[in-house]
Design a protein around this ligand. Sequence first.
Ligand code: THU
Length: 139
Amino acid sequence: MKQIKEIEWSLLINQAKQGFTRAYAPYSNFHVGAAAQTKSGNIVCGCNVENASYGLTVCAERNCIAQAIIAGEKELTAMVIYTEQEKLTPPCGACRQVLVEFFEPTALIMAANHLGDQKKWTVNELLPDAFTPKDLISL
Ligand code: THU
């Protein structure tokens, strides 16, 4: 696992906060920002984007990953999910599956809020025994 330094976590938290300010969440009013570090050391961010057709909503985590792909970065090393909720926001089930695609199982995902609370999980803790690209390779 790549060790992420404290300074890198705080940069990620700041970017996730930036994402949070851009959230488009007029239906739930639940604003989420996310920021990810790429293998080459860049940071990409995202926010949730809702839709009047509610089911088309895309979470901050998946929009953040889409930004990485657009930037040509497919290997991600850490992510922060930022909300201004007292209870930290963990990634939803759909996002966990998408995280597995682009992060090592040992990579850390942090939930953070405006109160300075933080919790970290490995990707493997979030989705053990995941279905991965390797499962598509038939022998
Ligand atoms: N949401 C995220 O962006 N990430 C999560 O991990 C949890 C949920 C968004 C989706 C929706 O816009 C709002 O939060 C309420 O579910």
